[in-house]
Design a protein around this ligand. Sequence first.
Ligand code: NCC
Length: 276
Amino acid sequence: RPKLSGPKLLCQLRDKVKVTTLTNDLEPFSSLSWAVQLPPNTLTSDLGPYRSCAVVSSAGSLRNSGLGKEIDSHDAVLRFNAAPTTGYEKDVGSKTTIRLINSQVMASDDHRFLSSSLYSSGVLVAWDPAPFSADLTQWYNRTDYPIFTQYQRYRKLHPMQPFYILHPRFEWQVWQRIQDNMAEPIQKNPPSSGLLGTVLMMSLCEVVHVYEFLPSRRKTELCHYYQRFHDAACTLGAYHPLLYEKNLVKRMNRGPDRDIYTHGRVTLPGFGKMNC
Ligand code: NCC
């Protein structure tokens, strides 16, 4: 298999991956009473385009980075799961435009998803590891975590907050880009929120800066910047094909290698700004 150059990889990603979210007209949802809670339009038709965007990984290497001001200078900022800004502004900034959450966060008691103020501002986007078929009915009948019951509860409590659910086709389209560009077979688990959020922002923004997804010189076994928990698997991956995701992002990076070392910063073009 030929190894594609960065620009070719970027074009392939643009052409083969479509960021889609569930809308209330899709089966099996359209025939369910709560479908009215789903948005009528997709995320990409409702949001953007933004000029510049930041994707802030939750890596421990953001500690003492001093990147807060730089991150907040972007037109839109995407964060993940339970990653806070309060108390960490100097390193991660305070602006949150979109929060991408996995279904585990929505379901587990310790995250207090329904009541914590962490989730109640900005646009929420949720996803759940779906069967590879990406068939909506199959998935609906056996989600990894109870994403749909939690979605309904949350929407009742916060009816005005924009809240989208990623179409499972999207996660497997991204997975397929990784597999097709790697020599070995990779585990059949969906990509991490980090890569999903990066591709999501590439479809909304002219330029995307990703912070500490590729670790800088501050690389550490500290899992998250906001927790005292050490595990190298957070950076290297276990369930998610994280190392392969990082390899792909490294190849697509249009910024200088030095930016990775000093700032943990990768520069990616938005899909609308690419010449293929
Ligand atoms: O840890 P998590 O990810 O919330 O981190 C968000 C994204 O940041 C990137 N990351 C994080 C830490 C690190 N040291 N290096 C990194 O590169 C990754 O790209 C990651 O996706 C997830 O992907 O949704 C994940 O969620 C957690 C967990 O569910 C949530 O934090 C809520 O507690 C998963 N952890 C466990 O299941 C124990 C993690 O595997 C993936």
